[in-house]
Ligand binder design. Structure first.
Ligand SMILES: Nc1nc2c(c(=O)[nH]1)N[C@H]1C(S)=C(S)[C@@H](COP(=O)(O)O)O[C@H]1N2
Ligand SMILES: [Mo]
Length: 327
């Protein structure tokens, strides 16, 4: 059973302890009265200002709280400050502080998205129209970068599976590919040959249909800041972070496995599948453990979990595949 509870986002950036306390409070206080208010599905409204409060309709604990649970790891969400000041976003530079410093210059309005390829519905859509069909919800996911650091992040968005239901990929579609905006005038990293721009990623259709695959427009109940991938990014919590492409402008359904930026740059280091796997080392470093961002200095590294702790939800996707081959 799903109860939908309207959420009132805090009016300022709130420390995680307070934020999560308030959420528990709201759950109790509003559960009885609020059912009807946002019972209609869809009609996501995305304010244009980064950091503006978002409306969403669930409590994360009800949404996939159970799926997120991995008691062998610390599940305390990272702070807004940590999540938005330690980033990978090479369009703005290769250092972790570059995105927070330079992504503000990117104009994320107006924004349009193209959907193409093997689907019943295709076309180009203004962001506002594109988002209309979806009810936003919150998901608290572990996030694991291939560089062996990790965070816990409260995202706001909608399941990628719902997007597929809207555009109806045909039976020929085996993959879905995503492309980031290419706009060197506002993305200084794109003026340098760091990667082959635009950044591209992709999933198999059955991976995209998994309920954990998530399209993100918000963070901590607020509109996503630019450095986190505004206005729309992907989050695939059981895969290394580079699969979670930011600032998406194009989605293509295809029969062939799409070329992805990192596997093109270094095929021996970054595969198409890129499932988090502590047993398969990266050629230059182990994946057995990870550093949780914000952990106290000299704190022990924590063990990395198979599929980042989401094995019960996603292992079926890879039955019969040699996971050592599909790094
Ligand atoms: N367009 C684009 N998307 C991207 C990247 C990038 O450089 N450009 N970096 C990826 C990598 S390596 C990681 S770990 C995550 C980082 O997301 P975060 O900065 O929100 O933690 O974004 C991914 N998505
Ligand atoms: Mo990453």
């Amino acid at each position: 059973m799903t109860t939908r509870i309207p959420r009132i986002a805090p009016s300022e950036i709130t420390p995680p302890e307070v934020y999560f306390d308030r959420r528990r409070f709201l759950t109790g206080a509003l559960a009885a009265s609020a059912g009807a208010v946002l019972a209609r599905a869809g009609a996501a409204v995305l304010p244009s200002a980064a950091g503006a409060p978002l409306q969403y309709t669930n409590d994360a604990a009800e949404s996939v709280g159970a799926l997120v649970h991995a008691p062998e790891q610390d599940e305390t969400p990272n702070s807004w400050e940590q999540i938005t000041h330690y980033n990978n976003y090479y369009e703005f530079g290769t250092s972790k502080s570059d995105p927070a410093a330079y992504a503000g210059q990117l104009q994320v309005r107006p924004w349009s998205l193209a959907v193409a390829g093997e689907a019943e519905r295709t076309g180009t859509f203004a962001l506002e129209d594109f988002l209309k069909p979806y009810a936003l919800e919150e998901r608290i996911y572990r996030f694991r970068c291939v560089e062996a650091w990790s965070m816990v992040i409260p995202w706001v968005g909608f399941p990628l599976a719902q997007l597929l239901q809207q555009f109806k990929p045909t039976s020929r579609a085996k993959f879905v590919a995503f492309e980031t905006l290419y706009r060197p005038s506002q993305m200084p990293g794109q003026r340098m040959p760091i990667l082959q721009w635009p950044y591209r990623e992709g999933l198999r259709i059955d991976e995209a249909m998994n309920p954990l695959a998530f399209m993100v427009v918000g963070l901590y109940g607020r509109v996503l800041p630019n450095q986190s991938g505004a206005p729309l990014r992907l989050i695939v919590p059981w895969k290394y972070g580079f699969k979670s492409i930011k600032a998406i402008v194009r989605i293509v359904f295809s029969e062939q496995q799409p070329v992805t930026t990192w596997s093109q740059a270094a095929p021996n280091e970054y595969g198409f599948y890129a499932n988090v796997n502590p047993h398969v080392p990266h050629p230059r470093w182990s994946q057995a453990t990870e550093r949780r961002i914000g952990a106290p200095l000299f704190h022990e590294r924590q063990a990395t979990l198979m599929f980042n702790g989401y094995a019960p939800e996603v292992a079926y996707l890879y039955k019969g595949m040699d996971l050592h081959q599909y790094f």
